[in-house]
Design a protein around this ligand. Sequence first.
Ligand code: MG
Length: 374
Amino acid sequence: MSGVSVIICAAGRGERAGFSQNKILVPHLGITPLERCLAAFCLPEIKEILVAINEIDKPAVEEITRKYAHARVIIGGATRTQTVYNALLATGEEIVLVHDAARPFITGEMIKNCIQSVQTYGSGIAAIPAVDTLVTADENGKTDGYPNRDKTYYIQTPQGFLTGELKAAYQTAFAAGDTLFTDDSSLYSKYVRPAQLCQGSPENKKLTFPSDFYAPARVGFGVDTHAFGKEQDFILLGGVKIPSKSGLKAHSDGDVLVHALMDALLSAAGLLDIGHYFPDTDPAYAGANSMELLKKVVELVASQGFKAQNASVAVQAETPRLAPYIDEIRHSLSAALGLPPSAVGVTAGTNEKLGYVGEGKGVTVYASVLLANK
Ligand code: MG
């Protein structure tokens, strides 16, 4: 048939990514790499998609492939070469594209380029020019060859071939016991003819290491105000007791700084505000120790996969004088957030006698945080 078959290689364990499961099943930017690939290959010319997997991943993968009418699962082998061979034997279209599930950022345009190259040259191997100098070395690390950088490329997938030619090449390779190839273009080039490169893209990145899965940093902002008037000779800021002619009125211990910081953390993680998690109508939080609540918020944020990278807090208070306590507050917050004190900034100022802060009626605190993946 004159359509295109796609083989998606997903049978690896993805061990270098350091997850407890196959990396192509770990959501990245909101979707698993496998599903992002499947969505990209939903093009009219593509008649079937074979997802080559490990037996162990079968239930999870089938749950994903079920949504794609032309996709089906096939069990791979012990090596990549064996896996592709198994899948290849099950393909029925004239052209076959082999793609690694760990490259989820493949675009429709790249896929079309690859198919066009197969139609014109008999093969199409996505590749980009090397930007680093490449070297070969022996097992002791001694260099033994410097290929001319102008002639070197990083090979990607998809790699497209005429199905009949690739099947024949695999048969010959297996008959010769030659079964350890890291990609299909090398096997094809050895047993058929030099493969034709086509345009890959730097965005078509392979997810390999834990850092490849990091999401962009998330910023968060929080603000809180409490009024003076509690019969008490101190206020709490960041868990630090600061002498004051009156305390801050609150259902909890009135640590206005920690409240602003907690909201910043929750907001950055896309969670709801502290009123949702620790309602002031709940007697359980009467006089609550805000530093203890902060610990819970740090855990909540961690449960979403995030950790604070730094925090910046600005206190507006006409009174009491805060300068002597700033360092202690920074240390207290840094311990709670698991950060070095240098990653926690606390500034304080008056409001020049203006408004409720200026009249000494209350304290307002603004807090911002930056979260990144744990
Ligand atoms: Mg509050």
